[in-house]
Design a protein around this ligand. Structure first.
Ligand SMILES: Nc1ncnc2c1ncn2[C@@H]1O[C@H](COP(=O)(O)OP(=O)(O)O)[C@@H](O)[C@H]1O
Ligand SMILES: O=COP(=O)(O)O
Ligand SMILES: [Mg+2]
Length: 559
């Protein structure tokens, strides 16, 4: 009897089909699939270019309520829904992000889904996969090296070494690298200065790869990266250092989406990996737009809760790529509802109907928010074994009062057999013609007003606090021609507010803007609020302690 007690055991027992067969089902000829082994392949840039034009399938976003630290099953539900749609006879595929090694060895674990709704090979996908994150790390750090090298050799560009915006990255949670002093050790090592590392998924190079439409666009965006400023505050670009060509070379293969399959042999594009608290948190534009040409239904995810991932999916990715989503699924779990209802993490398994009812305010807020974008919504209750009938009924009853439907989904335990109802509801919504997508704010709105619009309309804040230096900086970027850019809010994923402990549906709170950063390459303004980390730390007991290779040479401990 196969061991189905862990994600990795289930994944290992998968009966995978050759990846060429999965591609053939999508109409991708084998000559346009670059195999990485028998179960992974990259899609050729030529095929992607040739697939442009023509009819698009329906686009479904999977988002969630504010999560517990473990996550509420967006990726698991994205995979399950893709399998469910295929089970009811639809030609569907999924588009998810790649996993960062940071959370893998930290708290959160991988990003391949879970239970009987996973993409496989989950070990590869959660570790080095096809090398995309290593390429992004290297391209990012090449630029960092070129900056310090330029300064070492005389600083012809007059970069103000107190105003270098470009840090280094590593795909690992390492708080020791957040703030460092580089170039110590004397003249031969250059000019000492303070800098630090962010995690690779927070890199602007990651965001650029996920928003670029092809290699030429990628190179242009890389060239537009602002690495720092001169004393007169004029920006210095990556192209001034002639870095864009070499960075594009390093990213050439990473630009091509990765094709894998679900446990039920349905196709999946896995590409890009920005987090949605410090970046925009979506699968790449190239993967999603290509998938829409190959399948009648494309299910994709956006990170963390709808206040972050969904808002950025709509206001950044859809706006820039001209995507029109047809339906949205908001994943709710009884455990997260209880946490939003004030229950401590350690008490979430005990039945607590009152807390579920209290936590419904958080779900209700997310339902109303997604509807503001003109996208019809259905709630997916991602069933956990600890859920009771009464708790589930409480969620269903509440959602009915919103004029929406909450559907119990058992895909984690049963795969596609456990999510047919949601699949049918999603088809009904996507085909209903109800969707009238529009971003939350127009391009020509003032930058500070865009921030205020997100804070009040999505977070239900009372005010945004931004001191004069931030407001002046935003005005200066408007004068320099960046005023049309969308906003990428860097905020805690645990709350609508910037206080990670303020659960539920707070109203009238204050959103303090600590810092703003111009991602001129990605084409958005990052607004850092509260104490958000761009280099997370490891927990007291890192998951890495349970990861090893067993006597049969198999990897254990990934989840
Ligand atoms: N219904 C469920 N029952 C038990 N564990 C689940 C369930 N759904 C998801 N998980 C587990 O919870 C973790 C988070 O799931 P994931 O899909 O990655 O969430 P998200 O994408 O929202 O962060 C994973 O380890 C996954 O295996
Ligand atoms: O950006 C965060 O993604 P998850 O919510 O899937 O962890
Ligand atoms: Mg996920």
């Amino acid at each position: 009897m196969a061991d189905f007690t862990s994600d990795i055991a289930i994944a290992r027992a998968a009966s995978k089909k050759p990846i060429m067969e999965i591609g053939a089902r999508l109409g991708i000829p084998s000559e346009h699939l670059l195999p990485y082994g028998h179960d992974k392949a990259k899609v050729s840039a030529e095929f992607i270019a040739a697939s442009k034009g023509g009819r698009d399938g329906k686009l479904i976003l999977v988002t969630a309520i504010n999560p517990t630290p473990a996550g509420e099953g967006k990726t698991t539900t994205t995979v399950g829904l893709g399998d469910g749609l295929n089970r009811i006879g639809k030609k569907a595929m999924i588009c998810i992000r790649e996993a960062s090694l940071g959370p893998n060895f930290g708290i959160k674990g991988g990003a391949a889904g879970g239970g009987f709704s996973q993409v496989v090979p989950m070990e590869d996908m959660n570790l080095h996969f096809t090398g995309d994150f290593h390429a992004i790390t290297t391209a990012h750090n090449l630029l960092a090296a070129l900056i310090d090298n330029h300064i070492y050799w005389g600083n012809e560009l007059n970069i103000d070494i107190r105003r270098i915006a470009w840090r280094r990255v590593m795909d690992m949670n390492d708080r020791a690298l957040r703030a460092i002093t580089c170039s110590l050790g004397g003249v031969a090592n250059g000019f000492p200065r303070e800098t630090g590392f962010d995690i690779t998924v927070a890199s602007e190079v990651m965001a650029i790869l996920c928003l670029a439409t092809d290699l030429k666009d990628l190179e242009k965006r890389l060239g537009n990266i602002i690495v720092g400023y001169r004393r007169d505050r004029s920006p210095v670009f990556a192209r001034d250092l002639k870095a864009d060509g070499a960075m594009t070379v390093l990213l050439r293969d990473a630009m091509q989406p990765n094709l894998v399959q679900t446990l039920e042999n349905n196709p999946a594009f896995v590409h890009g990996g920005p987090f949605a608290n410090i970046a925009h948190g979506c699968n790449s534009v190239v993967a999603t737009t290509t998938a829409l040409k190959l399948a009648d239904y494309v299910v994709t995810e956006a990170g963390f809760g709808a206040d972050l991932g969904a808002e950025k999916f709509f206001d950044i990715k859809c706006r820039k790529a001209g995507l029109k989503p047809d339906a949205a699924v908001i994943v709710a779990t009884v455990r997260a509802m209880k946490m939003n209802g004030g229950v401590k993490k350690d008490d979430l398994a005990a039945e607590n109907i009152d807390a579920v009812r209290k936590g419904c305010a958080n779900l209700g807020r997310h339902v109303q928010n997604v509807k503001k974008f003109g996208v019809p919504v259905v709630v997916a209750i991602n069933h956990f074994v600890s859920d009771t009938e009464a708790e589930i009924q409480a969620v269903k009853d509440y959602v009915a009062t919103l004029g929406a439907e909450a559907i119990l989904c058992r895909h984690w335990a049963q795969g596609s057999a456990g999510i047919e109802d949601l699949a049918r509801k999603v088809v009904e919504l996507a085909e209903s013609g109800q969707a009238q997508f529009a971003p939350l704010y127009p391009d020509d709105m003032k930058l500070i007003e865009k921030i205020e619009t997100i804070a009040t309309e999505i977070y239900h804040a009372g005010e945004v606090i931004a001191d004069k230096s931030v407001r002046d900086q935003l005005r200066q970027w408007e004068e320099q021609g960046y005023g049309h850019l969308p906003i990428c809010m860097a905020k805690t994923q645990y709350s609508f507010s910037t206080d990670p402990h303020l659960r539920g549906a707070p109203t009238g709170h204050t959103v303090p803007v600590r810092e703003v950063r111009l991602s001129a390459g990605a084409g958005f303004i990052v607004v850092i609020t509260g104490e958000i980390m761009t280099m997370p730390g490891l927990p007291r007991t890192p998951s890495s302690e349970k990861i090893f290779i067993n006597d049969q040479g198999q990897i254990e401990g990934l989840f």
